[in-house]
Design a protein around this ligand. Structure first.
Ligand code: URA
Length: 473
């Protein structure tokens, strides 16, 4: 008979190592007595390590399940896991057998532990214990988890509270984070923790987020089980809040018609901005675009890039947004996409100098990666904000035809940015009735790596540019 004693701290690794060893030595489950360090020693058991052979392959899904189940409070957890592992070695499909009662039981245990981890993340309440002049602030919390979840959940608190010292004391294990190092110690009895300022903060916060009109007592108690209340300062308010809820909800309902939602004013202001049009003097349009702060894109871009070309052009060409080169020079389509455009336009007799060339969005949107700035597609809010300028340019130029290159331009001009390939070559309209010819964006052609696909897409693009030239001749 083998006896495996799994310590409370480091149980996951200890169980895994022991299980591997037994499996490699071919020790069947009935030959092993598993226990944690708190269990009484068994008189007939022996702890001598069995002779090892090669460890059979174990499915990853089992390893991941076992790493959670080991923290369950069921005293049989180690034995159950090993018994299942023993069966698994001859039947690897078992992990997907939904009808297997033992697997269901283990899956349920896994869920229990995860739920307990979730509760721990939500309900641990720290109190400050350090001296006011200490270099690092110091906190402690007392918590009584249902399962042994301190160790597997400690990383969460390390990530959250890496700049302070803290300890979470529980009856079976204590997690200690000091000077950036996490360690585990034996559990302790409930310490006497001082009440501190954050206690009142929790109470105020909880009272403020409590919505009496949404109160569902059962759902609330299932989410925040009563067993945690005693260690949560804000829980003292719960009984009163529940009792007051019906009257407060009635009062809210009665007051509702005279209280417009707080965000209504800002939503209305935003809608009014979208609906309005730029009405400054025409010659000031480029300067007004240059000074734009309507959306946050101006913060990282070098400059806004307004349209350029004759303001009485018959053709207006609209791209997506300036790229890296355009952002630096302040001119549209001077980078690789612009060069490709010029090249294809040249083959069909379209002279870009005769057109007014602009973009749907006037600032370069990017994320820095090392020394490079990687293009990001503008979102609908940015496109909508910038439509104000595009519409001002359309009103200024009054083109016979607008050529929308790519989904962003199509969205800005027609409100529909979907499936360009299916719509290209067609003439549609802006909301105000100006004709818009949809085509591909030259950057799309640049990204194609398959030579044949590139040739085909380029031919379609050339055909659309030829249509634009013909319609504006
Ligand atoms: N891509 C665009 O859409 N516009 C430019 O100005 C440059 C690249």
């Amino acid at each position: 008979m083998q006896r495996a004693v799994i310590p409370a701290i480091g149980a996951a690794t200890a169980w895994r190592d022991a299980a591997r060893q037994y499996l490699a030595a071919g020790v069947p489950p009935e030959q092993i007595i598993w226990g944690d360090s708190a269990a009484a020693p068994d008189l007939f058991a022996t702890s001598a390590a069995p002779a090892a052979r090669a460890v059979p392959a174990v499915p990853r899904s089992f390893v991941s399940m076992a790493q959670t189940v080991v923290w369950h409070n069921d005293p049989e957890r180690f034995a159950r896991l090993y018994a299942f592992l023993w069966r698994l070695k001859d039947a690897p499909y078992l992990m997907t057998d939904r009808g297997d009662a033992e697997l269901s039981r283990l899956r349920q245990m896994e869920k229990d532990v995860r739920r307990c981890q979730h509760k721990m993340k939500a309900f641990v309440r720290f109190r400050e214990i350090g001296a006011p002049d200490a270099p690092r602030r110091s906190f402690a919390a007392w918590f009584e988890p249902t399962h042994h979840t301190v160790e597997p959940t400690a990383d969460f608190f390390v990530r959250r509270f890496s700049d302070m010292d803290w300890r979470i004391v529980t009856p079976d294990v204590t997690a200690v984070f000091e000077d950036g190092t996490l360690s585990f110690q034996d559990g302790q009895a409930k310490p006497d923790l001082p009440e501190d300022a954050s206690e009142q903060l929790w109470i105020t916060y909880f009272r403020n987020i409590f919505n009496p009109a949404r109160l569902k007592v059962k759902a609330m108690q299932s989410e925040m089980p009563k067993k945690y209340w005693k260690n949560m300062p804000e829980a003292a308010s719960i009984r009163d809040l529940i009792a007051e809820a019906p009257a407060r909800a009635r009062a809210m309902a009665e007051a509702a018609p005279s209280l417009p939602p707080a965000r209504m004013a800002s939503v209305q202001a935003q809608l009014a901005t979208y609906a309005s049009a730029w009405d400054g003097p025409q010659q000031e349009l480029p300067a007004a675009i240059a000074a734009c702060t309507r959306c946050p894109l101006y913060k990282n871009a070098t400059q806004a890039v307004p349209g350029e070309g004759p303001t009485d052009a018959a053709l207006m060409i609209v791209g997506e947004q300036p790229g890296d080169r355009e952002d630096l020079t302040g001119r549209p389509f001077v980078g690789p996409a612009g060069q490709l455009f010029d090249q294809v336009a040249g083959t069909v007799g379209l002279d870009r100098r005769q057109a007014y060339v602009t973009n749907a969005v006037k600032h370069f949107k990017f994320v820095p990666r090392g020394k490079r700035r990687i293009h990001q597609r503008p979102d609908t809010t940015e496109i909508t904000h910038c439509r104000w300028w595009l519409e001002a340019e359309v009103a200024l130029v009054k083109p016979k035809l607008i050529l929308a290159m790519g989904a962003t331009a199509a969205e800005a001009l027609t409100g529909d940015g979907t499936a360009i390939m299916a719509r290209r070559g067609q003439v549609t309209q802006t909301a105000a009735g100006q004709p818009v010819l949809i085509t591909l964006h030259p950057s799309y052609l640049l990204r194609l790596t398959d030579a044949q696909a590139k040739a085909e897409a380029t031919a379609l693009f050339a055909a659309d540019l030829a249509t634009a030239a013909r319609l504006t001749a």
